[in-house]
Ligand binder design. Structure first.
Ligand code: OSB
Ligand code: MG
Length: 368
């Protein structure tokens, strides 16, 4: 395959309601959308960094910069024979996994469409439907939280995840357990704690959480291994996992019992599938995390989550849970806590080009 042109744009979507985590409060989602023209077709893809360096060091601007100045020149007009080829050509770029994932996604969209197969099946996915859960932000007061959980359960989400931070942890969990004794429940700390908080974290054990996601440092694996030995609740790593090697280290050290795979954080679908396979060999369950991607990025998540070792509900919700208007419409329908995996060739959704134009911030960068 030869990539002949890349159109790059900064896109702004408006959240249906503000989303607060331990790293900030957001009313808008800024993301990077690519349109890739190749000799075998044209596709859209997303590189879903956040507007600032809150979750990883990448930002909307660094993503545009790295794609424009390093990734595009390394790929444009070169023969790319395989996905390994593409990753080899980008290996000289240290880090910037989210930027790289944009081109990895584009490759898979093009090649699966050309093969006449759905992205899910092309990747080795076996499920027709995937189970999904919801990620609920820091609501700030218990009444609002309980109302939100109640709404989510009526919407049929299969599990509830709440964001926690010091001062908003034990109380919200206790309150949810009081109201909804058996609901599959987990918490995500986004690195808000240290080993000094072990006493508090141990108190979470009695609430039978499915897992606690990324309690400690965003780049830590070792301290998580010390913490896991002291907790009954399984630790799930998110921020700390960027590669197959990170997963090997986490497994070797006993730093977690579950892995959250975000394809953009690990550099694309190719490394995401490798991590899936490695975890499967070790009997470690995985689930598909989310980044509040637009529906273009979420389509990749749906395909990835159809692989067999994705045995826990994914952070993928219908568009109207995230945005006033999304880049694909209609997108996902949630039925009995499940989303149907598309069967059409390639990504399986059509992009709303008029709205994409409307949502574009500044000029479209055309890389010839
Ligand atoms: O830690 O899982 C996270 C959103 C942005 C950055 C980090 C995270 C999240 C979410 C959103 O929890 C999950 C979703 O997309 O539904
Ligand atoms: Mg997380």
């Amino acid at each position: 395959m030869k990539i002949e042109q890349i159109e790059l744009r900064h896109v702004r979507l408006v959240h249906t309601s503000p989303f607060e985590t331990s790293f900030g409060r957001f009313t808008e989602r800024h993301t990077v959308i690519l349109k890739v023209h190749a000799d075998i077709g044209t596709c859209y893809a997303e590189a879903p960094s956040l507007i600032g360096p809150y979750y990883t060091y990448e930002t909307t601007q660094t993503t545009l910069h790295i794609i424009q100045d390093f990734i595009a020149p390394a790929l444009l007009h070169h023969e790319i024979d395989s996905i390994m080829d593409l990753h080899k050509a980008l290996a000289f770029i240290r880090g910037h996994n989210i930027a790289k994932s944009g081109l990895d996604s584009a490759y898979y969209h093009l090649i699966s469409a050309q093969a006449g197969r759905s992205l899910a099946r092309y990747l080795g996915g076996t499920r027709d439907y995937i189970d999904v859960g919801i990620s609920i932000g820091i609501e700030g007061n218990l009444d609002a939280l309980i109302e939100r959980v109640d709404w989510a359960l009526r919407k049929t989400f299969k599990r509830i995840k709440i964001k926690i931070k010091p001062g908003w942890d034990l109380e919200p969990v206790r309150s949810i357990r009081q109201h909804f004794a058996d609901v599959p429940l987990m918490v995500d700390a986004n690195s808000a704690y240290t080993l000094d908080d072990v006493r508090m974290l141990k108190k979470l054990d009695k609430y039978e959480l499915m897992m606690i996601e990324q309690p400690l440092g965003y780049d830590d694996i070792f301290d998580h291994s010390k913490l896991q030995r002291q907790l009954d609740t399984p630790i799930c790593l998110d921020e700390s996992i960027h590669s197959v090697a990170d997963v090997q280290e986490a497994i070797g050290l006993g730093a977690c019992k579950i892995i959250n795979i975000k394809l953009s954080r690990v550099g694309g679908l190719f490394p995401a599938v490798q991590i899936h396979d490695l975890c499967q060999r070790h009997g470690m369950p995985v689930w598909c995390g989310g980044m509040f991607e637009s529906a273009i990025g979420k389509a990749d998540c749906v395909a990835l989550a159809s692989l067999p070792n994705f045995t826990l509900p994914a952070d993928i919700a219908p568009s109207d849970r995230y945005f006033i208007r999304d880049l694909i419409s209609p997108f996902i329908v949630l039925e009995d806590g499940q989303i149907k995996v598309p069967t059409a060739p390639g990504i399986g959704f059509d992009v709303d080009e008029n709205f994409l134009q409307e949502a574009t911030v500044g000029d479209v960068l055309v890389l010839p």
